[in-house]
Design a protein around this ligand. Structure first.
Ligand SMILES: NC(=O)c1ccc[n+]([C@@H]2O[C@H](COP(=O)([O-])OP(=O)(O)OC[C@H]3O[C@@H](n4cnc5c(N)ncnc54)[C@H](O)[C@@H]3O)[C@@H](O)[C@H]2O)c1
Ligand SMILES: [Zn+2]
Length: 348
């Protein structure tokens, strides 16, 4: 992973003779005349972006484009965009000719701070999110944080939720760092963005280094996601992913406190200093309906037992994954305040 201060790295990529760029349509619109202006236009494929396009049809279209350009295994694909472009192109590069060289330039906060490492590529299938995919890492990742200044608020906030989650997973010192960084990140101060992305990746790296294929410790990265995925579903994806994760952490902490794993004072500290300041989306009562949330949680890909899985934060800054959360624990966590306290109205 290279952190770069200028867009000159794009010129270095000309060292790959058989290269092709796949660029997020919005990134292209915003940057074609500035930092992407020197890309050889004949090698650029513009990728339309929305969650519905993260499927095999988009993958096939790209196969066709690429095969037309160069029927060669020694091709390098350079992806420039957020998580959607990462997932579609990641699947393409991992399967075309059984794998071609891949360079990734993430342009969203979520992709820079979180998804660009970890090697996962995912497609949606038959209405299920991220149901099919592969493990395939880019050979090089270039992080240029000035891209983050043009993100829409909702897309920025979605990434921010993951940044907060990773700082919590980083333990006491990173939690403190996160608390001071958060207000500066919200203002998108350049130095804060860089620091937030760098720390987040370092923390994630520590979790995946020994668990590349997602079998053990990496499960803990799912903190906030057990409830979070469910709330994405119950809100019909109105709540963006990272914001759902923040809500998920709040709810997981409630379950942990009731189980005596987390003290009331620690829960409050996390809530007031990190979780509420990064939460800008207010869920509607229908999104928090217990029966719907429980049904959605039952569909968790990682669920193995009869009860529900949950990653919980512990008093000593550690995390633990359990598989025995009951329906009534979920109901109690959701019912606690009826609604998340002090949640501010949506930004747009
Ligand atoms: N592979 C993984 O490990 C992994 C991990 C987490 C999430 N994901 C996936 O990532 C996707 C979400 O990714 P995301 O949050 O990066 O959002 P995204 O890719 O959906 O992009 C969000 C929006 O921002 C636009 N955009 C991208 N860069 C921009 C920029 N610099 N300035 C202005 N607009 C820009 C995009 O065109 C899009 O409209 C989901 O499909 C999710 O499942 C994958
Ligand atoms: Zn996530």
């Amino acid at each position: 992973v290279y952190f770069v201060e200028t867009a000159d790295f794009l010129r270095d990529l000309e060292r790959f003779p058989q290269r092709c760029y796949v660029v997020d349509e919005n990134v292209w619109r915003l940057y074609a005349d500035s930092c992407l202006r020197d890309l050889d236009r004949t090698r650029v494929i513009i990728q339309p972006v929305n969650e519905e396009l993260k499927n095999l049809t988009s993958v096939q279209k790209l196969y066709d484009h690429l095969i037309e350009r160069s029927a060669k295994r020694n091709m390098t694909l350079i992806s420039i965009g957020g998580g959607i472009v990462q997932d579609i192109t990641g699947f393409v590069v991992s399967t075309l000719y059984r794998g071609i060289n891949w360079v990734y330039v993430p342009t969203t906060l979520l992709a820079q701070a979180d998804s660009c490492i970890g090697s996962k590529t995912s497609l949606n299938y038959k209405g299920f999110k991220n149901l099919i995919g592969t493990f395939y890492p880019p050979s090089e990742i270039f992080i240029y944080t000035p891209f983050l200044t043009t993100l829409a608020d909702m897309d920025f906030l979605s990434g921010l939720g993951e940044v907060v989650k990773l700082h919590i997973l980083g333990g006491a010192a990173k939690i403190q760092e996160g608390i001071t960084l958060l207000p500066r990140m919200v203002k998108r101060e350049p130095a804060a963005l860089l620091q937030g992305v760098q720390s987040s990746l370092a923390i994630k790296h520590a979790y995946i280094a020994e668990d590349e294929f997602d079998l053990g410790r990496r499960n803990l990265l799912n903190y906030g996601h057990c409830f979070g995925h469910a709330l994405e579903a119950t809100s019909d994806f109105e709540i963006p992913h990272g914001q759902a994760v923040v809500l998920g952490m709040i709810l997981a902490n409630r379950v942990a406190r009731r189980r005596g794993v987390l003290s009331k004072s620690f829960e409050r500290l996390m809530l007031e200093q990190l979780l509420l300041p990064s939460l800008k989306v207010r869920p509607k009562p229908s999104h928090l309906k217990a029966s719907a949330v429980v049904e959605a949680m039952k569909k968790d890909k990682k669920r193995t037992g009869k009860d529900l899985p949950l990653v919980m934060m512990k008093e000593d800054y550690g995390l633990v994954k359990v598989n025995d959360v009951t329906k009534s624990e979920v109901e109690r966590a959701l019912a606690e305040a009826g609604e998340v306290p002090n949640a501010r109205p949506p930004v747009r």
